[in-house]
Design a protein around this ligand. Structure first.
Ligand SMILES: Cc1ncc(C[n+]2csc(CCOP(=O)(O)OP(=O)(O)O)c2C)c(N)n1
Length: 324
């Protein structure tokens, strides 16, 4: 969770053109990350609480807000930062950016800029696991807004009919871009929709990493036992705007400040202290996370840009001809 928070904070600063945080003059440099970022600040407990239960060979599909899932699945922070910085050493050779990061070597099948598109991809990947008789599963993250799109129904139905090894994780930050999700959602919510297909579901406080961990652990054990797909509904809160350039004026500032009292990092910190950890233990975790991300920033800033001659590498010719 600390690694995710540190990564998101650093990426946010870099996208604003401010590099002062790591000792350089902010005004002297343009933004190191061009274009908007969807930050998962405040939602770290969902990624951490689910992914702690995954093995390297398990698979994961993510969303447009995917940095946390990607880090938690074991991807390399420096290579991610290089991609955000548009450098040749990034996950997509600097040509994809935040919403296209994937790392198949750790089972991370990809972020996805199309809302709900990860759901059928996860379902297909789970079908492949089942056909190949592999003992792994797919964790499929999606937002509350995605549950109102067609692929949600199609994906869950298919997974349930074929009893596929998928954990559907609705990371419910209660807002879809600029619109509160509640008033535009019919019925009793995402768990009820899963249960209507006879798919067991659990709803948890998505800011409490221990609660997410324990619910995910139970559901994942059932999936691994061959009992079919499950859904986890984790209710959390997005601390930042929809994207890094969004001041979020459609939300009451008091609501955001109140939500920060339930910062998942604070909740976990309190639990650790109660369980006997010391502040020094927590500070050590913090320092390690900060050092890893500081290193990622250094690597990314020093990394080479892609060559102009590589502009058309890795581009698929769909046969559609040239746009005029
Ligand atoms: C199919 C599709 N429709 C619309 C958009 C524009 N869009 C991007 S993010 C977003 C909101 C998604 O809300 P949610 O699924 O709850 O995820 P969150 O942004 O809250 O993490 C929308 C409408 C899109 N990317 N894809």
């Amino acid at each position: 969770m600390r690694r995710i928070r540190a990564f998101e904070d650093a990426a946010e600063i870099a996208s604003q053109g401010g590099v002062a945080a790591w000792g350089l003059s902010a005004s002297a440099k343009p933004a190191l990350v061009r274009g908007p970022l969807h930050l998962s600040t405040g939602q770290e407990a969902v990624a951490a609480g689910v992914c702690i239960n995954l093995q390297r060979e398990d698979l994961l599909t993510s969303t447009h807000r995917g940095h946390g899932h990607t880090l938690a699945k074991g991807a390399n922070a420096a290579k991610m930062m290089c991609e955000l910085f548009g450098r040749a050493t990034g996950y997509n050779k600097g040509k994809g950016g935040s919403m296209h990061i994937a790392d198949f070597s750790v089972g991370m099948l990809g972020a996805n800029g199309v809302v709900a598109a990860g759901i059928p991809i996860a379902t297909g990947a789970a079908q492949a696991l089942k056909i190949r008789k592999l003992p792994h599963l797919v964790a499929c993250f999606f937002g509350d807004g995605a549950a109102n799109r067609g692929p949600f129904l199609e994906g869950l139905n298919w997974a349930q009919v074929y009893q596929l090894p998928v954990l559907f994780v609705c990371e419910d930050n209660r807002i879809s871009a600029t619109t509160p999700t509640g008033p535009m959602t019919a019925g009793a919510g995402v768990s009820a929709r899963a249960e209507a297909m006879a798919m067991p579901a659990i709803k948890v406080d998505g800011n409490d990493a221990a609660a997410v961990d324990s619910a995910a652990s139970r559901l994942i054990a059932e999936i691994r036992a061959g009992l079919g797909p499950r859904l986890l509904h984790a209710v959390t809160y997005r601390f930042k705007g929809h994207v890094s350039v969004d001041p979020g004026t459609y939300r009451d500032a008091a609501e955001v400040e109140a939500a920060k009292l339930n910062d998942p990092l604070l909740i976990t910190q309190r639990q650790w202290l109660t369980a006997g950890a010391t502040q020094a233990d927590i500070d050590a975790v913090d320092r390690e996370a900060q050092a890893e991300i500081a290193h990622a920033l250094e690597v990314a800033e020093a990394a080479p840009w892609p060559e102009a001659s590589a502009a058309y590498d890795d581009i698929m010719n769909s046969g559609a001809g040239v746009w005029r």
